[in-house]
Design a protein around this ligand. Structure first.
Ligand SMILES: *Cc1c(COP(=O)(O)O)cnc(C)c1O
Length: 424
């Protein structure tokens, strides 16, 4: 199946006389005929759902679909993108461990890595993703356990050289975790370039309609957890009757461990109803991404020729720092997200934002409706000026998420708001 077909048909394949649409199994639990069978479920020697904090048939169908879209062996849905980032890392790290992350990443993720994980004893070193392999290599320590980056950085719109990051990670015997939220598997499938784990905030394009927060972790099944650095995978898990993940689950060791150990303990599993809604979004993901890309390209070209604009970040534009990486990793387009800066800085940016009539001023991105955000006063408000710059953000920068409206209406709105900003 091609990817558009997978969006519609993976995960749920109804049998004779069964519902055409994915059913919502709104149940916390599942009945079995014998205690022996339930015992086997607990031992993980029989397959089946046991309790909806760990798995549920509706959520499982969506997990299977997303795994198929990304080309992974399995997936685990979470209640938010933040929960996906957290679990993806804690599944391989404990207090005393260290990991490396590109500095151009989502503001909430920076906070999680720099503050909250640090409190738990897990340390992160942020690196300039555009630095040479030699420079990044210098940041590795004996206790480094993972490398992290975003395909298209939110909101800097830097494109990550995934193959370079995979090479560095693998040379050090650690996995590469990629946050593929903005690209979605329609525009880029990081596993094809060497990523080992892919995560998403499904809140963004996957859901697409701004109706629910969610996340997902996808396991490529390709990383060798038996290389000596990850004893939690190769030694019996006493909290799970001595299961040894690599031995008992082979290529799916990582994702099974994340589910039966961390999801069991943290309990950030979505409801069946949430998964049903996410599935509706996924069914149209391919068509939506194509239109988001087409609209955004036109808007970026319009902004690029406006004289009141200081710069436009959209890797499709010729001369953009990431244009070559875009051609390699995102040949179909760069999503609907553009960032740009208005001449005159913060004040003009805020007047522009407040003058928009069609585009909504929201703390959201990657929606079917055009929306804008001023990162320095919203998502990245907690960051210091230094962290702002490292994340690729200037005080006058606006993040524009181009929706599916007629592009002429979007441009007309931007045009009148730019005129209003010019007037002050
Ligand atoms: C929004 C976002 C997150 C966090 O996801 P939530 O669903 O809001 O928890 C993580 N990474 C990226 C790239 C995001 O845009």
């Amino acid at each position: 199946m091609k990817i558009e077909t997978k969006c519609l048909h993976e995960g749920y394949k109804p049998g004779n006389g069964e519902p055409r649409a994915l059913p919502i199994y709104q149940s916390t639990t599942y009945t079995y005929d014998s205690t022996e069978h339930i015992g086997k479920l607990f031992d993980l020697t029989a397959e089946g759902h046991m309790y909806s904090r760990i798995s549920n048939p509706t959520v499982a169908a969506v997990e299977e679909k997303i795994a198929a879209l990304e080309g992974g062996v399995g997936a685990l849905c979470t209640t938010s993108g933040q929960a996906a980032s957290l679990i993806s890392l804690l599944n391989i790290m404990k207090s005393g461990d260290h990991f490396i992350s590109a500095s151009t990443i989502y503001g909430g993720t920076i906070n999680l890595f720099a503050v909250t994980l640090k409190k738990l004893g897990v340390e992160c070193t942020f690196v300039d993703a555009d630095a040479s392999e030699e420079e990044i290599q210098k940041e590795f320590r004996p206790n480094t356990k993972a490398v992290f980056g975003e395909t298209i950085a939110n909101p800097a719109l830097a494109v990550l050289d995934i193959e370079k990051f995979a090479r560095i990670a693998h040379a050090n015997g650690v996995p590469l975790i990629i946050d593929n939220t903005f690209a979605t598997p329609i525009l880029c499938r990081p596993i094809e370039y060497g990523a080992d784990i892919v995560i998403h905030s499904t809140t963004k394009y996957m859901d697409g309609h701004a109706i629910q927060v969610g996340g997902v972790i996808v396991d490529s099944g390709k990383f060798d957890w038996t290389n000596g650095k990850f004893p939690e995978f190769t030694e019996p898990d006493q909290s799970y009757h001595g299961v040894t993940y690599t031995k008992d689950f082979g290529a799916a060791a990582y994702i099974v461990k994340a589910r039966v150990q961390l999801m069991r303990d943290f309990g950030t599993y979505p409801s069946a109803n949430a998964a049903f809604l996410l599935n509706l979004g996924l069914e149209t993901l391919a068509v939506r991404m194509e239109k988001h890309c087409r609209n955004a390209e036109k808007v970026a070209r319009y902004l690029n020729q406006c004289e009141d604009i200081e710069f436009v970040n959209y890797p499709i534009l010729e001369g953009n720092k990431y244009h070559e990486l875009q051609k390699k990793y995102l040949p179909l387009g760069c999503s609907g997200v553009i960032s740009f800066s208005i001449k005159g800085g913060r004040e003009k940016a805020i007047t522009f934002m407040d003058s928009l009539k069609l585009a909504s001023n929201v703390v959201h991105v990657a929606d079917i409706r055009t929306c804008v955000l001023h990162p320095a006063s919203a998502t990245h408000r907690q960051l210091t000026d230094e962290q702002l710059l490292a994340a690729g953000i200037t005080p006058g920068m606006i993040r524009l998420s181009v929706g599916l409206e007629n592009v002429d209406d979007i441009i007309e709105d931007l045009d009148q708001a730019l005129a209003a900003a010019k007037a002050i």
